[in-house]
Every structure is written in C-alpha cells, then in structure tokens.
Design a protein around this ligand. Structure first.
Ligand code: ADP
Length: 518
C-alpha cells in the first residue's frame, strides 16, 4: 500500500518523495497501528493523515485546536481534490447538523473537529456508529500536563475514541514534545511507545542567537529597519510590552502590526490578516499569536524577552523559515525578565509539584541564554536527541573568540560555594567572592571565609555572569523554587580535584591569585 501512497503523493500533491518520517508514519497507519509522530514545524505532518485518508476504508477525523485555521486547511485540501469538511463553534447549529448528515452519508474522507465538540452528547450519538478508520490528533502535546500548552478539552479525546463502534487507528502528531510529554501522550492514547516515529528536530535553515547587554528598543528598531522588506515577528511577554514596542517602531516610521489577547477578536483577525498578506512586515505579539499561522516566509523571529520554556521558545522561533529559506531566531536576554517569568509562575494557580516542574523548565530556558555551546544542539538535547552535532551557524558556532582556560577562577567559585555549605544563591555567593561588606555577610560570618573577596577586582555583574555560565554548563546546579541555591555538580567536583579543565570563550574574571589554603 505504501507504493500506492507514494503514487498519490505525486498525483495529489505533486511531490516526488516523502520527507523524513512521513513514509514510516504513513506505513504504520496503513498497517492499522496506533502511532505517534514527532516532527518539526514545517516537516509535513498533514500529509501523514491526509494520504492514509485516501486509502483507508472509512472516515478520517482530524482533531485540531486551531479553529481559526480549519476553514483554510479544509479549503486547501479540497483544492487538492480531497473531500473534506470541518465542524467547530464558528458554524450555526443548522450548518453543523447539515454537515453531520453529509458525513453520515459518507460524503467526506476527512472531518476536522475542534476538541470542544467531542464531549457533546448529541454529537457523539451521531458519530458513534460511523465507520471511522483513523483519528489524527494534531498538536498532541496539548494532551499532556507536562507540555507547555495543556488543554483540558484534549482529555475528552480518549473517552471519545472508546465510545466509537469502529476501532480506528490513532495518530498523535506534534512538533514539540520532550520525552516525558511524548510518553505521556502515548500512555493516554494507548499508543505503544515503539510506534513512535521521531525525525530530527534540527532546522537547517534557522540561525539562533542570544543577544545580551544591548538596549532592547534600539536593537529592535535597528534590526527591523535593516530588514524592512522581510516579514518578521517580535514576541513580547506582556500586552503592555507589545504596545510599547509597537509604539516605538511606529515612532521610527515603521508600520508594525500588533496582536495580543487584550484586543477584540475582530482587531486581532484584522491584524493577523494584514501580516499574512504582507501589508505589514513586522508583527509585535504575545504568545497568543502564531499557533498554526500559515505564513511560510517569516525571515526572523525575535523574542524581546525570555519565554518561559524551551518548548514555547522552539515553537515560536520555529515559525521562522517554514519555506526552508535561511531565517534568524534571536532572543534578547535581560536578567530582569527572568524575574517577571518567576513572578508569573509564583502567582499562577498551579499546584506545588507542577510549579516546581515549571521552575525547572524556566531554568533550562535560562541555561540556554548562558550556554556557550551550539544553541541548536542545546535545543536538540533538550528535546531528547543524544549528542547532536553542532550547527555551525548559530551565534556560538560562529564566535571565533579564543577559548581560555578558566579553571582557576572556576575553582574559586566552587570552593566558595562549598564553604558556604551549598545553602545560598547566586547573589550572596557573588557578594562573598567580590568581598562585599554588607550586613548579611557579616551576620553569617562569611567575611571570615578564605574565599571572601577572592575575586575582589571583579565587578559583581561579571562574577554573576560567570556563575551563570558555570550553571548553564552544569558545573553548578540550582535547587528548585523561587530562591534557588547554588550547589556543586559532579563536573565541579572533578574540576576542584584538578581532573578536568574549565574552558570558556573569554576570561570571566581577571587572573587572581588562588588563596593559599585552597
Ligand atoms: P507541519 O504541519 O508539520 O508544520 P505541513 O504539513 O503544513 O507541516 O507541511 C509543510 C509544508 O511542506 C507544506 O507546504 C507541505 O505541502 C510541504 N510538504 C509536505 N510533505 C512534503 C513532501 N513530501 N515533499 C515536499 N513538500 C512537502
């Protein structure tokens, strides 16, 4: 059957070959297996259920949260010559019933549904007895509490599937799943983990950068001006910040679109349309913008502030370059922005376990900003790829500064952390190292430690940045919670014993004599 599928790929879509992962997914589905597919954005997930829908006996249901996009998706499929329809809250009751009847009469191969429909009894009773061959679940990470975009309505899916008389195959698809999320999704849907198809997450056409210590507004206006003819998205954490950045761009004569949850639906739709049709080149938005936006020529995505998780970051940044052309993903890092994210997390209604989990994710995001390794490789490792290759394109891969041995400075930091009994955070460790004379240090008698003032000539900012580097490279670890405490990782213990060296692109601290008793 896979040969037939390849033939159809050519006839319906005009493509000569499968993209990575597509063939394995289509084969698995045609074999009637429950399957999970993890492929990057733009990897071609839709084909993986559209093709089987043409070959299987029975209806294919596609569950997708992207209501605003369903009409366009269905229009596109119909243009290819595949019969499809959708049902979501944008339709009147009469229209819904009429479409359901058409589905019952077997007029469509594909039915797109919003997950909110699934629990409605009148809906279930009409659908239950149909011959359904395949249930494809798009954005399947929404099923997992451990993902970054959990949607309660997705939890209706397993129950819905159980109620169906035909026993359809299930295909869960996502572009962002850590191993934990993927396992969770498989378990919830009864997909054997060996039926998971995962293609490389690397996006060869994206160039990642983290920019520190620059004036954010100046950077943004300058970048947008230099790339006036290119489409780009600027993500900001809050609505207020979106409005501020848009105003700054406009003040420079740049026509910028704006999108956030505080705007009414009509204004948002209008703004989105202007961007999609290239009437404005740059869109300033909160994370409310973009899920499922079908714009392939976005040349840059800039995050004006740090997002909360790597999943969110990769998904948002991944909206650049869906057409395969070279595109830039830039994150502007400022330490204060971490505090905003921490504050938002602290204020959230999550239970303690979830909160701790989210703090851990935020920490991984912060580490991304402080690593000196390949940024793409950091991302791939986060998503579970082992030993990913350096991309040779990102800011760090192309940074040709000299690599310097900073083992001595690192040892000073490690021994200070150790002498402070691994019970204090970055700020206090930095103050002790630089010999600050504040009262807390005196109260705790840290001014009597041999490591007190051992990095005296250095600014606190530099030492703090060095600690961030050591944390990002797992020499130091931080405990959970709002007031994280620095502890020594295995690598630090090895470095203290002189078993490994600590190398860095530039010296974080001037060469200072190591205290004699160290
Ligand atoms: P995803 O949902 O994974 O982000 P899509 O299904 O929207 O990706 O596909 C992204 C683009 O790749 C679409 O324009 C699609 O037509 C194209 N595409 C999919 N499969 C192939 C293929 N085998 N060969 C060439 N292009 C493909």
């Amino acid at each position: 059957m896979i040969d037939q599928a390849r033939q159809l790929l050519h006839t319906y879509y005009g493509y000569d070959s499968f993209r990575p992962g597509q063939e394995a997914l289509v084969t698995s589905i045609l074999d009637g297996k429950h399957t999970m597919g993890i492929m990057p954005t733009g990897g071609g997930k839709s084909v993986c259920y559209q093709l089987p829908s043409l070959l299987l006996n029975g209806l294919t249901i596609v569950i997708s949260p992207l209501i605003s996009l369903m009409k366009d998706q269905v229009d596109e499929i119909q243009e290819l010559g595949i019969s499809a329809t959708y049902i979501n809250s944008s339709l009147t009751y009469e229209e819904t019933i009429s479409r359901l009847k058409a589905v019952q009469h077997g007029e469509f191969r594909l039915l797109y549904l919003a997950p909110e429909r699934l629990a409605a009894p009148h809906f279930l009773s009409r659908i239950q007895s149909l011959d359904i061959a395949l249930i494809a679940i798009d954005e399947a990470h929404c099923l997992s509490h451990w993902g970054h975009d959990f949607r309660p309505s997705y939890l209706d899916i397993p129950h819905f599937i159980q109620q169906l008389q035909s026993e359809p195959s299930v295909l869960a698809l996502t572009a962002t799943a850590t191993p934990t999320v993927a396992e969770d999704v498989c378990q919830t849907l009864g997909i054997p983990t060996e039926n998971m198809v995962k293609t490389g997450f690397a996006r060869e056409n994206l160039t990642f950068s983290v920019i520190k210590g620059q004036d954010q507004t100046a950077y943004l206006t300058d970048y947008v001006q230099k790339n006036q003819n290119e489409a780009g998205i600027i993500y900001a954490t809050t609505r207020k910040e979106v409005e501020r950045i848009t105003a700054k761009l406009k003040a420079k004569g740049i026509d910028a679109g704006q999108y956030h949850g505080g705007m009414d639906a009509q204004a948002r739709a209008h703004s989105q349309e202007r961007f999609v049709y290239d009437e404005v080149r740059v869109m300033v938005a909160t994370n409310a913008f973009g899920m499922g936006i079908n714009k392939s020529n976005v040349r840059y995505v800039i995050h004006a502030q740090i997002p909360r998780t790597m999943e969110a970051y990769y998904q948002e940044a991944g909206r650049a370059g869906r057409d395969g052309e070279e595109s830039a993903c830039i994150l502007l890092f400022s330490p204060q922005d971490i505090q905003i994210q921490q504050y938002l997390l602290e204020q959230s209604q999550l239970n303690e376990r979830r909160k701790a989990h989210e703090f851990r994710k935020l920490r991984e995001m912060v580490n991304y900003c402080h690593t000196e390794s390949c940024l793409q490789a950091y991302i791939l490792e986060y998503f579970g790829e082992s030993n990913p290759k350096d991309c040779k394109r990102c800011l760090h891969c192309t940074d040709d500064r000299e690599v310097i041995d900073v083992t001595k400075e690192a040892q000073m930091v490690f021994s200070c952390v150790k002498r402070m009994k691994e019970k204090f955070g970055k700020t206090l460790v930095t103050q002790v190292l630089t010999g600050s004379s504040n009262q807390k240090i005196k109260d705790l008698r840290f001014h009597q430690l041999s490591t007190y003032g051992i990095l005296k000539g250095e600014s606190q900012k530099r030492v703090a940045a060095f600690i961030d580097f050591l944390t990002a490279h797992h020499y130091l670890t931080l405990t959970q919670g709002q007031y994280p405490v620095l502890q020594l990782g295995e690598k630090a213990v090895a470095a203290l014993k002189g078993e490994t060296k600590v190398m860095k692109k530039e010296a974080a601290a001037a060469k200072t004599q190591v205290a004699s008793d160290d």
